[in-house]
Design a protein around this ligand. Sequence first.
Ligand SMILES: *[C@@H]1O[C@H](CO)[C@@H](O)[C@H](O)[C@H]1NC(C)=O
Ligand SMILES: *[C@@H]1O[C@H](CO)[C@@H](O)[C@H](O)[C@H]1NC(C)=O
Ligand SMILES: *[C@@H]1O[C@H](CO)[C@@H](O)[C@H](O)[C@H]1NC(C)=O
Length: 324
Amino acid sequence: MLPLFILWVILLSGASAGHSRDCSRVNMAAQVQTRALVSVQWLADAVRNKLVGPKLRILDTSWYLPKAKRDTRDEFAQKHIPGASFLDIDECSDSTSPYDHMLPTPSNFSQYVGDLGIGNDTHVVVYDTSDFGAFSAPRVWWMFRAFGHGLVSVLDGGMKNWVAEGHPVTSEYSKPERQEFRATLNASWVKSFEDVMENIRTKEVQVVDARSPGRFKGTEPEPREDILPGHFPGAINIPFTSLRDSSGKLFGPEVLTKIFKDAGVDLQRPLWVTCGSGVTACHIALAAHQLGHPGACLYDGSWVEWFQRASPEHIISEGKGKKQ
Ligand SMILES: *[C@@H]1O[C@H](CO)[C@@H](O)[C@H](O)[C@H]1NC(C)=O
Ligand SMILES: *[C@@H]1O[C@H](CO)[C@@H](O)[C@H](O)[C@H]1NC(C)=O
Ligand SMILES: *[C@@H]1O[C@H](CO)[C@@H](O)[C@H](O)[C@H]1NC(C)=O
């Protein structure tokens, strides 16, 4: 078994060579890294060769805005990639926070993913069922990494491309046997309201907001009724939807490099990401990672928290903004 596992790791590590500054590598001296994306074909081969098990787990992480009115758990029950389990972003979160799906504690995360048959030597492949090719999966990719688990990949193009390329889906599910997972959170990856406020003063770190241009500018409504659109001072807008081709796969390095460059983002410097509630922001982190960035930090509370807590002068909007 051992030589096979080592070969596996070497094969998987190929695409992430050169990430010596990667913060999760610093974080977990013993952590194994893998490439951040796997192709539909790669996963289909793995499923066909019956590699799904304690060393390889697939997670459907589908989560959508409430206004989309999608019952993702029910969709999973009807149709998923063979061998996949469902990770519920709302359940696997900090239940004591007033904000949506904030990062859970390390022990709660460990408990949750251990229950899905994931141990700390399991390669986890995450996907969702979005028409964009990905919506919430990059968030779960980022969560695993923040909790010290580098063995995690996003299925490039998601369920959309899995189906488009003719691979089988199933409604059959058998719960994997529980494994021991031990998370170690690198807390510096998670940024708070206070961190962002301080950064507005010091202008030290570039912050990219992944929402649509209209929500960023303040001209298009936020999906949550009590929140008005806009952005905080200094934020740079790169809509998460701009990072994918028409099939829903992440663009290659050339296009991604141009997108960051055109937006004025310097990937040699630290990067924080934000969005509506900390989900799609992780697309920016994934794209930056593909270009060798050592690790984007996430403002988990994102716009929903910001709008509620910030004073009007820290809300920039071409729309109504926030009343003085
Ligand atoms: C956490 O990540 C930062 C980079 O964001 C890194 O500099 C630091 O060494 C890491 N901390 C630990 C304890 O690994
Ligand atoms: C952790 O999980 C326990 C048990 O499910 C729960 O009672 C507690 O509120 C969770 N803690 C946080 C911070 O979410
Ligand atoms: C899992 O993580 C724990 C805590 O960091 C560590 O002691 C253990 O060796 C790890 N196991 C594997 C298989 O990586």
